[in-house]
Design a protein around this ligand. Sequence first.
Ligand code: PLP
Length: 392
Amino acid sequence: MTEAAADYAPGDCWAEIDLDKIAHNYREAERRLAPGARIMAVLKADAYGLGAESAAAALAEAGCAAFAVTTVSEGRLLRQSGIQGDILVLGPTRPPEWPAAAEADLALSAAGLAHLRQLAQWATGHSPVRLHLEVETGMGRTGLLPEQAAAAWAVIRGAPALRLEGIYTHFARGARRDLAYTERQYARYEEFLRAYSAAGGDVPARHVCNSSVFLERPAYHHEYVRLGTLLCGQWPFTRPFPGPGFALRDPWQGKARIVHVWDAPAGVPVGYYGLYRTRRPGRLAVVGAGHAHGLGVAPEFYPKNLLDLLKFTVKKAALLTGRRLGGEKILWQGQEVKIAGLIGMQLTVLDMGARDCQVGDEVLIPLRRLQTGYNVERCYTKGGRVVQIRAF
Ligand SMILES: *Cc1c(COP(=O)(O)O)cnc(C)c1O
């Protein structure tokens, strides 16, 4: 991380991230918390691409004191960046990682009964090891089963070095309109809690909600809600949400620079396979962004039925004429411009027509934040000013 120099000019492709908007989303979510609940910010996968250290710092400044990540190394990174709040590692961890996790004061998750026993054995003789129990209720991934609650309590009772701080579960279908499956998962979670306390255990902090269920079920907020998507500025549903609006702000903008221009005649084939051909004389602009930066990388698509196949074909056909469906636009000075041909590895051609664009001009591009690697600079702004750069 380098401090911003006043005359800093980013390279040819970068992401601009507005830290004020992350803080805004946090405050907006906070207004919707049920009494007694707090936000645990999920900053896995480099804070969904925003950059974990800067996103965490912005959230901490907004008042956030609890964070979650998937791996020990993600947790250590947050600690090293100066985060003093609670940091929970949600993913399963292995014994070689535990000393480093304890040293960084991270809380670990028990991913199963055998895993819990291993943790208990290791914790004995160490200073207190902070722990959350994950309950497997229908995600089919990690966690203890409700039937193992009494056994879990027996392990914890026998290992005073384990400091149990939370019991949680994760919903698999929370973004669905129909929450029947989510409700069944919640019932399984409650079953665990009942059996755990019937066996004699004290139930610590409970947390079950991700972004979508947080919005849908205030009754499930409990002590913490674990929010990633919403704080990072993305709506967790593909549908509108009923009820009072959530003033979500997207902090992320992909940007690239024009690195070359040329005035081409009509009929010039552009890019791999020559799938695009200029229809009239005009300016072609090459921008320094492509697949390698996360530009337009869509998940692999396998048509499941005839309708899917039809949609896929229409999209591909639209691509060849320089149009893109799905709301992705490339903007130059606020005007939508066409991509000419296929996106390249690090270079992409735009058909600018009669527009008088120049080398060095900025364009807004749909950089997919989760596909935007560490190699792409993150340029952070606050109050409209660049305050920090994360350069590769
Ligand atoms: C990713 C994740 C979350 C956050 O989910 P969002 O829908 O992005 O808010 C919460 N809990 C766990 C276990 C997760 O893996």
